[in-house]
Design a protein around this ligand. Structure first.
Ligand code: GCW
Length: 693
């Protein structure tokens, strides 16, 4: 009670802190600009809105509505509309192909890009936001609002933007029962039983959030799917969702179960070369297109983790994918997942071995979806060797936004830092500078289709992502999908200002927490490139005991020898790329290292491993302490919610360190650090949901 009174009083006296924040508005809070001088400057830079847009295009209407909502919130007054600029400070919203007025404007930013330019019109200083499509205009509006949300100048603008990836697709691992595989933010956003008749208002808010960061596609159902989701009833539900998402520029894709011809088509087989099977898929694609005219295409998880696929008939992955590609036709694509592994405990080489030999055999509208690393979204992996290895194949990188292996929604891990490193890795496919970003976005091989997939972390929780900080990963993924060469720190800067505060002390402290958070997590979860440690099923805590063969532990040392002397997996990379893996970060991924070997710090490997874990735990404690110091600068509701999660993270970090080191000690019998007792447990650690924060 006392705490509640204190908190309430605090909101009242701190003018820069909003109260009643619950995270629902994400980075689109549009709170009044708190600094009076800046507010006055913005008000004189935004005096009226002039629309040069067609009446028909619903995306243009979305752009215009968003501009007005954003300006009203930020300026704390509504901005009048005008038919022509008649004073300084007019904002001219211009959809180029639709405006048939006297002035002409030509912009070269393609069908999805936009320009924001300070200009003179009718003798007045105006800001033009222009695009070749309604969707481009939406992106331009969000960019302009972002400038004000982050307290940046809106004078003298000359911005021209265009996305580097053509398709920026969120993949929802949602099931119609409402659960989300690897989801940590409640239930599915899609209210399956209410669709298509009733449309939850959250669909629109989801679409807005996605559009604000340039996301233009959504795969609505899990990669592990059922054929029933392609039945007419289900298609009607998907179509209703597609109708809500369309004005925001979001195209719908569906995961197809490979055996659907047998399960819902009455056929005896699903052999890709069987004419009946081909006909089934052709008809199914046509049926979906009748309901969803801009249907993006199918995603397929085949021959993986128990899912059926063309291998059942001795056919190749290319046979399977090409058959579906013919069914969807040139207007759609088939996203064929390259996540395939065998029975060997080390899965690292499997996906490359299955797909690299097929380069050039896939149809033009097939894309392979390739996870960032060769195993499975581990906290740290080298980049997947297929990047750069298939110049004649469309490849979409698949990143996991949901924190399956990264502490779920409890641990603060800013994935922008990881993804920046991933995109910057050099494949050397065409000599130095052949970064993953350039391979993937088409600059290197000029693939006909470019895109990127992100496994979504959204759910029915009020704040969408479970934890407030997990929102940053949704945000950063969208921004990097727009341009994979942006700096993760700059993206974090924008996100913090829009989500928390523009106060320089808060921005600086939160940014340093975020930028260090991934390395901190890696240190207490999976240091020095240890390959694979997760607990089975929950994938929350490390389970060193059951994973020994997957990370190479024995009395002599630890790590997997993937060098020329070992199992040679390193040969899957271009020779000049291999030097990158000499970094300490990948030590135990590529080498089996003796416990007493001296490493780069002058310590033995065992001492270094102990030090890494200790640094990880110290890093988690430092994050929690830094957050505690921000209590006066952040709204109390969200501050408390984050603090509770950080407390759990600190406790986990220590437990995970203890379990892992203690277990390694049972094998190598080397002395444990003084603060870890030999007699404690070695795991498994408590799984998720054993204990809610
Ligand atoms: O990481 C693993 C997950 C599975 C997931 C699979 C995949 C949806 O543990 O839950 O299945 O990857 O990517 O297909």
């Amino acid at each position: 009670m006392v705490a509640a009174i204190l908190l309430a009083g605090f909101c009242g006296i701190a003018p820069r802190i909003a109260c009643g924040e619950d995270g629902y508005n994400l980075w689109l809070r549009y709170v009044k600009v708190p600094d009076a001088a800046l507010l006055a400057r913005y008000r004189s830079g935004v005096t009226e809105v002039v629309q040069r847009i067609g009446p028909e295009d619903r995306s243009c209407a979305v752009a215009s509505d968003e501009l007005s909502a954003g300006l009203t919130g930020l300026l704390d007054e509504s901005v009048p509309a005008a038919t022509t600029p008649d004073r300084d400070g007019a904002i001219v919203l211009w959809c180029v192909p639709e405006w048939r007025g006297k002035e002409a404007l030509s912009i070269t930013t393609g069908s999805q890009g936009y320009v924001i330019r300070s200009a003179r019109m009718g003798g007045h200083v105006v800001t033009v936001i222009a695009a070749n499509s309604g969707v481009g205009l939406i992106y331009g509006v969000f960019h302009f609002l972002r400038l004000m949300q982050t307290e940046r100048p809106i004078e003298g603008l000359d911005i021209a933007e265009q996305p580097k990836f053509e398709r920026r697709i969120l993949s929802h691992w949602d099931t119609p029962g409402g659960s989300i595989e690897r989801g940590y933010a409640g239930q599915s956003l899609w209210q399956w039983n209410e669709l298509p008749g009733k449309l939850d208002p959250r669909y629109r808010d989801y679409a807005r959030a996605c559009a604000s960061i340039g996301i233009n596609g959504a795969i609505l159902n899990n990669v592990n799917t059922t054929s029933q989701l392609l039945e007419p009833d289900a298609i009607r539900k998907w179509a209703a969702l597609a109708d809500v998402l369309r004005p925001y520029g979001i195209r719908v894709y569906l995961t197809a179960k490979y055996s659907a011809p047998m399960e819902i088509g009455g056929l005896k087989a699903c052999d890709p070369l069987d004419p009946g099977v081909r006909e089934f898929w052709k008809r199914k694609a046509d049926e979906i297109r009748q309901a969803i005219p801009d249907f993006g295409g199918f995603q397929v998880k085949a021959d993986s983790e128990g899912q059926p696929g063309p291998r059942m008939y001795g056919r190749t992955e290319a046979d399977g994918a090409n058959m579906l590609a013919a069914a969807v036709g040139p207007g759609g694509i088939v996203i064929w997942r390259a996540f395939i592994y065998g029975r060997n405990p080390d899965r690292a080489p499997d996906s490359y071995n299955a797909f690299a030999p097929l380069d050039g055999e896939f149809a033009g509208n097939v894309v392979l979806s390739v996870k960032n690393g060769p195993i499975d979204f581990q906290p740290r992996e080298p980049f997947h060797p297929l990047f750069g290895a298939m110049p004649r194949t469309n490849i979409f990188p698949e990143l996991e936004i949901t924190q399956e292996y990264m502490g779920h929604d409890w641990h603060l891990v800013y994935l922008g830092a990881e993804w920046e490193q991933f995109f910057g890795s050099d494949t050397f496919a065409r000599g130095p500078g052949s970064t993953v970003a350039r391979v993937a976005d088409g600059r290197l091989f000029h693939q006909s289709i470019t895109g990127i997939i992100g496994v979504a972390n959204t759910g029915s929780d009020r704040n969408w992502c479970g934890s407030d900080f997990a929102q940053a990963n949704w945000y950063a993924w969208g921004r990097l999908a727009w341009n994979p060469e942006q700096s993760a720190a700059d993206i974090a800067d924008d996100w913090i200002r829009m989500t928390w505060s523009n106060d320089p002390a808060a921005v600086g402290a939160i940014k340093s927490m975020m930028m260090g958070s991934w390395e901190t997590f890696v240190r207490y979860d999976l240091p020095l490139g240890i390959t694979f440690l997760p607990q089975t099923i929950s994938h929350y805590a490390p389970d060193p005991k059951s994973r020994v063969r997957a990370y190479g532990l024995d009395a002599a040392g630890i790590g997997m020898d993937r060098t020329a002397k070992g199992d040679k997996d390193i040969d899957q990379y271009f020779p000049r790329a291999r030097a990158q893996f000499d970094e300490p970060a990948y030590l135990l991924w590529f080498h089996h290292v003796a416990w007493d070997r001296k490493v780069w710090t002058g310590r033995t490997l065992w001492e270094e491993l102990c030090a890494q874990y200790a640094e990880g735990v110290a890093g988690a404690r430092a994050e929690a302490a830094q957050w505690a110091r921000l209590s006066g600068l952040i709204d109390p509701e969200r501050h408390a919610a984050v603090a509770a999660r950080l407390a759990r993270q600190v406790a986990d970090a220590a437990t995970w360190r203890d379990y892992c080191l203690r277990f390694f000690h049972t094998v190598n019998h080397l002395p444990l650090p003084g603060d870890i007792s030999e007699s404690g447990p070695v795991g498994p650690a408590p799984a998720r949901r054993d204990q809610e924060p």
